[in-house]
Design a binder for this molecule. Structure first.
Ligand code: GDP
Ligand code: IMO
Ligand code: MG
Length: 432
């Protein structure tokens, strides 16, 4: 059985922790989109690992980690991550496989990202400045450079020369020489070769051999290029379709979808956030939840759980079950709000609007639920949760239209509840 783990909110839901803890039940872990804009945090015995490009299964010996064609790869970021993992005692060795069809983030894509943000001024997206958008632009514009293109040919030289001169036309008074870019790319190609191959074929062979694949999304549904709060989104399909196109696997190869959602909501970068809390409660969530970007260190905007958004993510992705994370962050809060709809003028909206940016002033409709005084932090058993926390979870299930099969009560692997009788328990026959 192959399972997709993806973000059901605005990213940073805790996907890294969930993927890591599920990995012992799988032979391969595969990323299908995004790039090193992602920051997936895993804590093991107090030791912190942040994965950006490499799938979050890498901490488990013998597991193969796969980067699909839908991912944009910055070779320098990749080498840096491999070295950092080695320093932490994790050898990537031959466990990594990168699709030869994956597109590259070139050094000047970062500059173009920053420049594009500066040009948007007040309307900036708040990107991670990793060059993600410009790399995907080149891909869709059919001028991108793929991993398999990194061989010394006239075709590559022509492509690089043309791309660099296009860049020079965009960046005023710039005269970047294409030759050093070309030489550097060839060197990257040589260094990456040991890890590159045909991901679609390898995944097919793994399936034929009865091996299980865990598929790891980056970002989240509301940051999806098609289904998110456009234009305040990332440039890839973080939703379920991206798993097929980004790995070269058929829909039938996917047997379950686990959506990861925080027990509240955060967003980093610009864009609409109806349940955002500006005052004291927002700060409390940020500080208790340590809500600072895993990639950029930026403070995350915090707010209440938005069931309209999660319901939408459930519909778009066919989410079978939710992994509800960071329940412990709500410990000690007297009253917890759940957003079940919005008011736009005198209209009530219960479906996620396509035009969230232009819909006008949107006021969340809240339900208030009593909080709990007994901490949930570190709980590993559902029965251990205070009655009010159980009631909150039950209400989230009702208003989000999906069962909660896994509950996370801390950043460590072990601070997890897998609910017996849930599909998640069926997916994870091996106790972790
Ligand atoms: P990802 O991008 O979805 O993998 O999430 P991030 O790693 O960017 O952000 C999630 C943060 O929350 C990380 O610092 C995790 O260590 C932390 N985290 C995950 N689950 C829990 C939880 O249940 N409780 C608490 N307190 N922290 C958690
Ligand atoms: P993980 O995988 C949260 C946000 C950026 C910005 C928008 C576009 O850790 O959940 P980009 O650099 O992708 O062009 O930025 O998307 N963003 C994320 N927010 N988690 C992420 O990844 C994100 N990756 C990008 O903040 O608003
Ligand atoms: Mg993150």
């Amino acid at each position: 059985m192959n399972i997709v783990v993806l973000g059901a909110q605005f990213g940073d839901e805790g996907k890294g922790k969930i993927v890591d803890l599920m990995t012992p039940n799988f032979s391969l872990v595969a990323r299908y989109q995004g790039g090193h804009n992602a920051g997936h945090t895993v804590y093991v015995n107090g030791k912190k690992f942040v994965l950006h490009l490499i799938p979050s299964g890498i901490l488990h010996e013998g597991v193969k980690c796969v980067i699909g064609n839908g991912v944009v790869v910055d070779p320098q970021a990749l080498f840096k991550e491999i070295e950092e993992l080695a320093q932490l005692g994790i050898e990537v060795g031959d466990r990594l496989l990168i699709s030869d069809k994956a597109h590259l983030i070139l050094p000047y894509h970062r500059e173009l990202d920053v420049l594009s943000e500066a040009r948007r001024g007040e309307r900036k997206i708040g990107t991670t400045s990793r060059g993600i958008g410009p790399a995907y632009e080149d891909k869709i514009g059919r001028r991108g450079i793929r991993v398999c293109d990194l061989v010394d040919t006239q075709a590559l030289a022509d492509e690089v020369r043309e791309n660099v001169s296009a860049r020079n036309r965009i960046i005023k008074d710039s005269t970047l020489d294409w030759q050093p870019v070309y030489d550097q790319l060839l060197a990257f190609g040589v260094r990456m070769r040991r890890w590159t191959g045909d991901v679609s074929l390898v995944l097919d062979q793994a399936r034929q051999a009865g091996q299980r694949i865990l598929i790891e999304g980056a970002q989240g549904a509301m940051l999806d290029i098609d289904h998110g709060t456009y234009p305040y989104v990332t440039s890839s399909n973080a939703t379920i379709g991206g798993a097929c196109t980004g790995l070269g696997i058929p829909p039938k190869a996917i047997h379950g979808v686990l959506g990861v959602a925080k027990a509240y909501l955060t967003r980093v970068g610009e864009g609409p956030f109806p349940t955002e809390l500006d005052g004291e409660m927002g700060n409390r969530l940020r500080e208790t939840g340590m809500e600072y970007g895993a990639s950029t260190g930026r403070p995350r905007r915090c707010g209440w759980y938005d069931a309209v958004a999660v319901r939408y993510a459930v519909r778009v992705n066919g989410i079978d079950s939710i992994a509800l994370t960071k329940l412990d962050v709500l410990d000690g809060i007297e009253t917890i709000e759940i957003c079940t709809g919005y008011k736009i003028g005198d209209r009530t909206v219960t479906e996620f609007p396509s035009d969230l940016n232009t819909a006008g002033t949107l006021t969340p409709i809240y339900e208030s639920w009593p909080g709990w005084t007994t901490p949930t932090k570190g709980a590993r058993d559902y029965a251990q949760l205070p009655a009010e926390a159980q009631r909150y979870i039950r209400r989230l299930e009702e208003v989000s239209g999906v069962p909660v099969g896994l509950i996370s009560t801390g950043s460590d692997r072990l601070e997890t509840i897998i609910r017996s009788g849930s599909v998640v328990a069926d997916w994870l026959p091996r106790k972790n």
